[in-house]
Design a protein around this ligand. Structure first.
Ligand code: HEM
Length: 437
């Protein structure tokens, strides 16, 4: 009966559509999901858009019908200009080749080599925080994760250059989603374009240095990587992928680490249990790769932080082939948004979804295993986040050190409300009092 029927929903205002509500109303998707269900239409960033919510819908987009969708056609033009010809915006054969070339730099033995550097940089920051005693964790994590990303992904040495690059990336990120994509010197987008140009200049120098003196960093591995026909990435491709890895590699991790520390401070029993797990391991010796695999409770906590505070709220796609879902028809040419945020809050998947409860991931409960594609903070399917193992290892190392030796309290007079754009964070960045134990 519903054949060829368009999904329910409203396009909003002419031209603007519902973009303003989408950017500024935190409950934009929830309100429409409650009214229309797991597929509805709207109009965002200049295009008719279908929003899809829930495990079945997400499996459809990320896996079973992924050939109907394009990444390149999905993300707003600002992304294309700012993130260039990188994996994030590639499709088909080009994407497959590049992903295969990039995988070894972020998995397996390469990752094992990264542990000691991650620890070394973390220790430096712990000392700095001990001396400072009070600070804003979002800002500090941003520097820490950027230092880790630039050393391990680019082979850059820490110092002033890293700090400048980190600031340039913040400016770039602020221009990704904007209602005013005019490249003027005073708009966020204009500033982001200028930052990108400076980033490209610096990365060109770094790529050239690394071509001459390869080391153990991801960029050196990428320079040496060859596809089945013996071809490697061109200099232009290498630079584009390096920009993407640095961008994707630190903003998201910063967001999750900040929320992790906030939830640990808010839930003393969770903090205590996680600390006991760490002290038990610490009694057997210093942190090792093997120990990183023996922290089931910390893993549960990280899954719950991923669920409650997804750093990425959803993913855009371009519809390149008409499709039907739940009896509704969506034509090619539309934009699609799958919602990570709302899928993580569905009562049909998670018991009391608003509650922070790491035990929902205990071996007995495993709420995310009831349906596939229920926990999708890193996306899913063949194009799941390529940095998932890198990010999880980094977060565990930092969390393990914090839990073994430190305690922190949330300072008064600050807003802890979630700010979702450009990256999910507590509004004032989480100001804390930090003490060794
Ligand atoms: C907590 C940390 C992270 C989170 C939550 C996260 C989240 C995500 C998500 C949700 C996607 C899929 C987006 C979509 O379906 O549209 C994705 C893709 C991607 N991520 Fe991550 N990410 C994290 C860390 C990293 C790191 C450390 C790197 C690199 C070192 C990275 C590189 C990428 C890349 C290159 C893609 C595109 C993969 C492809 O299309 O084949 N991410 N990430």
């Amino acid at each position: 009966m519903k054949h060829n029927q368009m999904p329910p929903g409203s396009y909003g205002l002419p031209i603007l559509g519902e973009t303003l509500a989408f950017l500024f109303d935190k409950n934009f998707i929830e309100k429409r999901y409650r009214r229309y269900g797991s597929i509805f239409k709207t109009h965002l960033i200049g295009r008719p858009t279908v929003v899809m919510v829930g495990s079945k819908a997400v499996e459809f987009v990320l896996s079973s019908h992924m050939e109907n969708f394009s990444w390149r056609e999905g993300w707003p033009d600002t992304f294309k200009a700012l993130l260039g010809e990188s994996l994030f915006l590639q499709d088909g054969e080009e994407h497959r080749r590049n992903r295969r070339l990039m995988m070894p730099a972020l998995h397996g033995p390469a990752l094992t080599n990264y542990v000691s550097t991650m620890e070394e940089i973390t220790r430096k920051y712990l000392q700095k925080w001990e001396a400072k005693q009070e600070f804003t964790w979002f800002d500090e994590f941003k520097q820490l994760t950027f230092d880790i990303a630039s050393q391990l992904l680019l082979g850059a040495s820490p110092g002033e250059d890293c700090a400048i690059l980190s600031k340039l990336f913040t400016t770039l990120t602020n221009g990704l989603i904007t209602i005013n994509p005019l490249p003027l010197p005073f708009t966020k987008y204009g500033k982001a374009i200028a930052a990108r140009n400076q980033i490209l200049e610096r990365l060109t120098q770094i790529v050239r240095q690394r071509q001459q003196n390869p080391s153990k960093d991801a960029l050196s591995l990428l320079i040496q990587a060859k596809d089945e026909d013996g071809n490697s990435l061109s200099e232009k491709e290498l630079i584009a992928q390096a920009v993407l890895l640095l961008f994707a590699g630190h903003e998201t991790t910063t967001s999750m680490l900040t929320w992790l520390c906030l939830e640990l401070a808010r839930h003393p029993k969770v903090y205590q249990r996680a600390r006991e797990e760490q002290l038990q391991l610490a009694s057997q010796g210093d942190l090792t790769l093997e120990q990183l695999g023996q922290m089931p409770y910390l893993e549960q906590i990280l899954l719950e932080v991923e669920r409650c505070h997804q750093p990425v709220n959803g993913g855009f796609r371009g519809v390149i082939k008409d499709f039907e879902f739940n009896g509704f028809h969506v034509p090619a040419g539309w934009q699609l948004l799958y919602s990570i945020l709302m899928t993580h809050r569905l009562e049909e998947i998670y018991l009391e979804p608003e509650r922070f409860d790491p035990d929902r991931f205990s071996p007995q409960r495993q709420e995310h295993k009831k349906y596939p594609f229920s926990l999708i903070g890193f996306g899913g399917g063949p194009r799941v986040c390529i940095g998932i193992a890198f990010a999880k290892m980094e977060m565990k190392i930092i969390a393990a050190h914090l839990l073994r030796s430190y305690h922190w309290e949330i300072l008064p007079n600050q807003s802890l409300d979630a700010l979702l754009v450009p990256t999910n964070r507590p509004q004032d960045g989480l100001r804390v009092k930090f003490q060794p134990l």
